[in-house]
Write a protein that binds this ligand. Sequence first.
Ligand code: PMP
Length: 424
Amino acid sequence: SRADITYFGAGPAALPTDVLETAAQALLDYQGTGLGIAEHSHRSELAAKIINEAKADLATYLDFSPEQYEVLFMQGGGTGEFAASMYNLVGAWVSRQHAAVQKEVQSADEAQVLAALRQRVESGLKVDYIVTGSWSLKAYQEAQRLLGPEYVNLVCDARTVNDGKFGKIPDESTWKLSKDAAYVYFCDNETVDGVEFPSFPKILEPKEDGTGPIVVADMSSNILSRRIPVSNYSLLFFGAQKNLGSTGIAVAILKKTFLPPTVSQPSPALLRKLALPIPPIVLQYEIIAKNNSLYNTLSIFDVYIAGQVLKKLLATYPNGVDGQQAVAEKKAELIYAALEAHPGAYKIVPDKSARSKMNICFRVTKGGNVDEAEKAFLKESTDLNLTGLKGHRSVGGIRASNYNSIPLEGAEKLARFIDEFAKA
Ligand code: PMP
């Protein structure tokens, strides 16, 4: 039964049982209305309340200002956000250039403005990608596909410093950042490769006068597990299905200076003239923000689950994310220590400097035949109700996803098994 197993799957991840029990009831009959939460109109007052509370609780837990950042519930998953982040921040860049050109040219001559703007796009538009694992690689490739490879700059490819495999973050001094990029993109925690940035990259920090690069991060697999300097980012996004809730929604936290009245997205007609892609309306942050995430039908049930997870986190850690971070670190330490105690039986995949606290990736080398050793490891762990440990199909090996819903005892059990398997 559910109570017996500890599920280490990488996503969808396990959710707290009490949250699911509450949600199951809400699915049948929400607050005595006779209708379930998935049946109520997304335009009802109760839906708005669920959305607004989840937004406020997220800001409280992560400690950012709702005056400065907008929380958007998006559809299309983390993958949809690869596209959305590109469209919206390139749009903001074009808007800024357009305003600058209009000032510079000081003429109402549209053709002149357009020519100057086109010139700026051709010579100056760059989006920067830091590739440290398979998800940032996918985001980089999606930007190339949608925007055109000529505009997409590879800041670094982590495989070049680690024998052709992901597992290490290249030194910042080697990063090739563009001048005035529309944004710099990175994935804070690479779910497949087990690579996590130990802290916010120094080179991307804002300068003392407040200026600095426009930074975007994918935090799908480590959001809510550690404190993040939200004010260093222009945009953060994450799919819900690991630490936040159920599959079906993604969240974008966007600095409000990227929304009207400061910035309006360029019109489709202008983008067409510049030969730049036109975003689908469901990916336009401006539209989603204006409609409080209800431009089209949103799964309020998914927002409700996310909201319940946040309420539980805030009840457990009234001071926010720091309490959860301490627990996440402790659990990761236990598991890594058990692996490190047996260098003859296990090989941790990523370099120590970039090891993820959320996705612990390792190979079982005991006995010399990795394939057989890993099969035995997976079979014996499953027999002990430690499940979901198989690594991603693209890289193989073992992956223990140590998300927030794994209790300390679950991590202890796994660490004990790692130790006993090595010794047996
Ligand atoms: N980014 C990261 C870091 C992920 O782990 C994942 C999915 N595991 C994605 C993006 C893609 O998310 P989705 O499947 O929701 O599109």
